[in-house]
Ligand binder design. Structure first.
Ligand code: ZN
Length: 84
């Protein structure tokens, strides 16, 4: 019995992973990819790396954060260290 009939090949999955992370894929394709990721450690690993890369690319640089907001954040951080 072959239940891998509609399992896409790894290179097709890898090409779709960016769209997958963007939520740009139709539900049917998402399902195919999720099923493939369950079975395929290589593509699952690639997805992790891709996620990490996107996270890093989307990270705010310190320069982009207004000083006022930084001060507020640091203040909240310090205040949070102790019970009121
Ligand atoms: Zn794969």
């Amino acid at each position: 019995m072959d239940d891998r009939d509609d399992d896409p090949p790894c290179n097709a999955v890898v090409e779709l992973l960016t769209a997958y992370l963007d939520g740009a894929l139709p539900p049917r394709d998402r399902q195919l990819i999720e099923r493939h990721l369950d079975d395929c450690p290589y593509c699952a690993d690639y997805l992790d790396q891709l996620r990490f890369a996107i996270l890093m690319a989307g990270t705010l640089r310190r320069d982009d954060v207004p000083q006022q907001l930084m001060d507020a954040l640091v203040g909240a951080f310090r205040a949070g260290g102790r019970a009121p």
